[in-house]
Ligand binder design. Sequence first.
Ligand SMILES: Nc1ncnc2c1ncn2[C@@H]1O[C@H](COP(=O)(O)OP(=O)(O)OP(=O)(O)O)[C@@H](O)[C@H]1O
Length: 272
Amino acid sequence: MYCNFQKTYNSGKRSFSIDIEASFQLNAINVVYGNSGAGKTSLLRLLSGLDKVDSGLIRVNKKDWLNTKNKTFLPSHQREIAYVFQDYGLFPNMTVTENLEFAKKDINQTLLNEVVEMLELETLLKTKPNHLSGGQQQRIALARAIVQEPKFLFLDEPLTAIDETLRSKLQTYLIQLQKKQKFTVIMVSHNLQEVLKVASHVCVIHQGKATSQGIPSLLLKENPKNTLKAVVISSGTLTIDVVVETQKMTILKENILSKNYTIGDEVEIKIH
Ligand SMILES: Nc1ncnc2c1ncn2[C@@H]1O[C@H](COP(=O)(O)OP(=O)(O)OP(=O)(O)O)[C@@H](O)[C@H]1O
């Protein structure tokens, strides 16, 4: 997927311009990474056709989703995208089951059952979204997107409200599911650990521009001041392994006890 487009958002006296040239890998997990306000959500909305660009091109498999030169504009539903919004966008008047079943005609029951189990939704099925926590609603929004069996899954910070243990499990599930279903994921994240775990391609956004793109280890090289947070769970040598698709990368080995850390302390680790 290739895009090169421009858009200026205006609200009152403030304006924000996006000018992005980027490529995303098909049948892979791509992460859009950047600080708050960098333009990540805007990029996703423009790629999906929810917002219209001022000028530019989006080309997917030699087909134009958008080309302002010849006025091509494929509406969102024709791009075969399922979108998980930052505010979840669930139907408040429907139960969880109804929200999920409404997502697709002739829903794949096997996939639905698997997703309900993996996202731990069994006990929530008869409840309406406004009786649920943010993390629970986020899981339902993710489930609803997956059962649509889209070609493209656009995820805007889909796991932020979910506790760490379940988040890690869901990241692993997303990696496995992507390999099985072979869809293309474009996922917004500002969590470096998440990028390293799930992404095979990363696009870094800064002030509305794509500043670097490539495999996640490239991102680390280009941002050597990035840090990871870890909690000391045992004494001895601290080794952190990060699996990036086929690569295994040891970030740092150091004797933590020599620095007077004790079990339970949070440590920040610089990436070399
Ligand atoms: N419809 C709009 N009208 C005016 N300004 C907008 C509009 N949409 C986005 N912006 C501005 O564009 C900038 C980028 O917003 P965006 O939500 O894309 O950032 P982000 O990287 O996703 O941030 P976050 O991580 O905090 O969600 C912000 O300054 C925002 O105020």
